[in-house]
Design a protein around this ligand. Structure first.
Ligand code: ADP
Length: 250
């Protein structure tokens, strides 16, 4: 029942995904083979330096750990295909996740949750909403190494439910913001990032019939805005602020 456009988009992102994974895995395997051969070389030399062997072996382990991290992210990415949506009270759900989110952001970052009033329920898979919030909190933490605030607020935006995740971190340039949702796009060094976090968020939100956007200022922080359709199609938001007219009306 998927439209052709959606199917093509999926095929395209699948192709990107496969290409990216193959590339990343090749890099990691290259590192492993390299350092493992250093280990052998050193071990078979006249006077093997045990510390050098240990240091090289440690590089092999680190590369292995990166591969494990990548696989976990990929599995999470694949799992999102199986969606079990339910009627969900977003405010209650976010409140229940506060402990998990606090653990994700660590001690230095303060979590501030501002639930908006009169929020209609959404029709979403709770596991996916959790994954989305954890990914966003993860990025917020990485953007605030010296600490800061992570604010999660909800509200009504026209006929949709809005969830915003804001941090007071380093922010990103327009170039980075433009590419941030691309699978495997990362600016994090030393294999710390997989570039799948926001791609996953994008997939989750669009699958739920919503939209996600980023607004960010370098040095000031980042806000990710998610708009979701309410569970009941007839929902109409409470009256918005009065429209400002040019004063020439009646
Ligand atoms: P990863 O976190 O593995 O790099 P993501 O897809 O989650 O992958 O993010 C892609 C890139 O977008 C990050 O490498 C980073 O440059 C940028 N980014 C994402 N979230 C934030 C944020 N809250 N603040 C600053 N930069 C961010």
């Amino acid at each position: 029942e998927l439209s052709e456009e959606v199917r093509n988009q999926r095929l395209e992102s699948l192709g990107q995904l496969a290409g990216g994974v193959a590339h990343d895995f090749n890099n990691i395997l290259g590192v492993i083979v390299n350092y493992a051969s250093f280990v052998v070389e050193e071990a078979e030399s006249e006077q093997p330096d045990v510390r050098m062997i240990a240091a090289d072996a440690r590089q092999v382990i680190r590369a292995g750990e990166r591969a494990t991290h990548l696989t976990h992210q990929l599995l999470a990415f694949a799992r999102r295909e199986v969606v079990r949506p339910e009627v969900l009270d977003l405010n209650g759900f976010v409140a229940g996740l506060e402990g998990t989110l606090r653990r994700t952001i660590g001690e230095r970052v303060a979590l501030i949750v501002r639930p908006g009033p009169g929020l209609p329920p959404v029709h979403c898979d709770p596991a996916q909403i959790e994954q989305m919030l954890v990914n966003l909190a993860h990025n917020a933490r990485d953007a605030m190494p010296a600490g800061g605030n992570l604010v999660i607020d909800t509200g009504c935006a026209d006929d949709r439910v809005r969830l915003r995740v804001s941090d007071s971190g380093r922010g990103m340039s327009a170039d980075v913001a433009d590419r941030a949702f691309e699978p495997f796009f990362t600016t994090k060094p030393n294999g710390e990032g997989t570039g799948l976090g926001l791609a996953m968020v994008y997939g989750i939100v669009t699958q739920a019939g919503g939209e996600v956007s980023i607004s960010s200022s370098p040095g000031l922080g980042t806000t990710v805005t998610v708009l979701l359709p309410p569970a009941s199609p007839g929902f109409v938001a409470p009256a918005a602020d009065p429209v400002v007219t040019d004063g020439h009306g009646e």
